[in-house]
Ligand binder design. Sequence first.
Ligand code: EPU
Length: 421
Amino acid sequence: MDKFIIYGGNRLKGQVTISGSKNAALPVLCSSILSEGVCTYTNVPDLDDIDTICRVLGHLGVTSQKPAPNTVVLDPTGITSHEAHYDLVKKMRASILVLGPLLARYGRAKVSLPGGCAIGVRPIDMHLKAFAKMGAEIDLSHGYVVASADRLKGTRIVFDNTTVGGTENVMMAASLADGTTVIEGAAKEPEVVDLAGVLNAMGARIEGAGESTVVIEGVKTLSGVRYEVIPDRIETGTFLVAAGITKGRLSIARGRADHVTAVIDKLMGMGLQISEGQSGTIEVNGDCDLRAVNVETVPHPGFPTDMQAQIMALACVADGVTSITENIFENRFMHVPELMRMGANLEEKGRTVIVRGIERFQGASVMATDLRASASLVLAALNAIGYTEIRRIYHLDRGYDALDKKLMALGADVSREKGGL
Ligand code: EPU
């Protein structure tokens, strides 16, 4: 397993280009199942999770090609299987996003239940209830969801809690359902809006994506498409924090400031200067005295759970006491003990962590536990006195496109060591 060795203390400087969004690309690639023709996607990040979803789709009979960097061409015309096997779904729970499209297009699907994951239990009950309401028969058998329906029917779906994946799965299924589906309590994340964008470009009729009520009028067929995936807002946020934690100055190209307003607000509250630059860049100056600002994660447009670990790293070296509350996942503080090994003063109280500011982190040997927790360790290491060894960085490779190379180009002292524990 690869590890990162990081010597901290270098101020990051220069321009970084944000890659395509992992969490937008995953459902967008799954939506190809609904198509009658070839689909070409651009700005797809080069990540292990993207390879995994291509493998899931490959097992169904979707052929994939990468004719150019960050371009994926999917041909779903040869789909013969409707099953997503445990071996792949356990690797990446977003594989559940093939369920809605398979059910809508082929009337049946057998998809492994994802099981728990490092950040929480993460059930899929809301997806399944919605499909049942649309007329599907759902059985849970031997660890699999087995679903069937002659043709899904449009209906009113009410999500009592926000679910990004549930909203996406239903939006895809409803696009080929009979009649109109109304989703109330829909997730408003930019990735949901992006998925509606690609579906509409394929011929779907979706209105209201990005708002709490989404209306989908089912159509008979959807065509092939060429579509560009949105930039990754969590990568954008991570580089904003990287500027703050190294007192650096970055120009962030291809990041969408309007997708990270809650993050920008908090970081400016902590003292960072952030502005829009020429040709749409985000300019950030992190050379400031950091101060404490309380953070609570909430669904979009609020502060994202996927930035909680990273802002905690920054809060660790801010002046004062910060309280960080995680409301989306029940077990998303795996970075806390690792950050404490690097000298952070943290106290976990249920869903809240109290952060008391320290001067600087100290380099140590730490272990990456999940994707965003790993990012927080990298950020802490960039700030730390001495060197930090971060093991199991395969978590990072799942979700950050060439993070080590991008950081090195900005002046960080990062190297990747192959193999080992
Ligand atoms: N939930 C249920 N039942 C359901 C669905 C969700 O109880 O049927 C719960 C979950 O357990 C969780 C909460 O609802 O506590 C939110 O889950 P949601 O369905 O919104 O999350 P997701 O679709 O599984 C996506 C992202 C996550 C991101 C969350 C929240 C993808 C592939 N994943 O997950 O990204 O944290 O939305 O914004 O889009 C990451 O990138 O590191 C990551 C974990």
